[in-house]
Design a protein around this ligand. Structure first.
Ligand SMILES: Cc1cc2nc3c(=O)[nH]c(=O)nc-3n(C[C@H](O)[C@H](O)[C@H](O)COP(=O)(O)O)c2cc1C
Length: 146
């Protein structure tokens, strides 16, 4: 609940909070989701999964087509807040975006107006074997125009 309380403070388009989350702690469902995520073992082994979804109806009811983008942005910002909140509680997370969407829909019985954006694995991980590298920030930056 701490993690979700933090996520609910995230900014969202029009303050509509067009995201929802399915908390999965059931081992059997985690195994099914791991299969849907092409066998990624951390999806099976993490004790808790937060399947973060964009809720299109909540956003499109005010913003129409633009609401699709807003709902995806709301969901991914909320997911990022969840990662930070978990970190604050000394938990580890892994954002999983590679999954067969239709399979995830079926496993979790998601309604059609909801799109799963990320499976966030939450648990106690191992220290990283090596730090990941990043592009020099100059690769991202464009001055005044592209
Ligand atoms: C949109 C997105 C999709 C991702 N999908 C996966 C995934 O399917 N499986 C996985 O293990 N990590 C996934 N990651 C995590 C990235 O691999 C990871 O953030 C990146 O390699 C940098 O590593 P670091 O976050 O440990 O620094 C994803 C991250 C994002 C933002």
């Amino acid at each position: 609940m701490y993690i979700l309380d933090c996520a609910s403070t995230a900014p969202s388009a029009g303050n509509l909070e067009a995201w929802d989350v399915v908390l999965v702690d059931d081992r059997g469902i985690r195994e099914e989701l791991s299969d849907a995520a092409y066998g990624q073992e951390h999806v099976r082994d993490a004790p808790n999964l937060l399947v973060v979804c964009a809720n299109y109806i909540r956003s499109m009811s005010r913003y129409g087509e633009r609401g699709i983008l807003y709902a995806l942005q709301d969901a991914t910002i909320a997911c990022t807040y969840m990662m930070l909140a978990a970190h604050a509680r000394r938990l580890h997370t892994c954002w999983v975006g590679a999954f067969a969407e239709e399979e995830v829909r079926t496993i979790l019985d998601l309604p059609t107006h909801v799109r799963p954006a990320a499976i966030l694995c939450v648990g106690k991980g191992h220290p990283p074997a090596r730090l990941t590298e990043r592009l020099p920030v100059g690769e991202h930056l464009h001055y005044n125009a592209w």
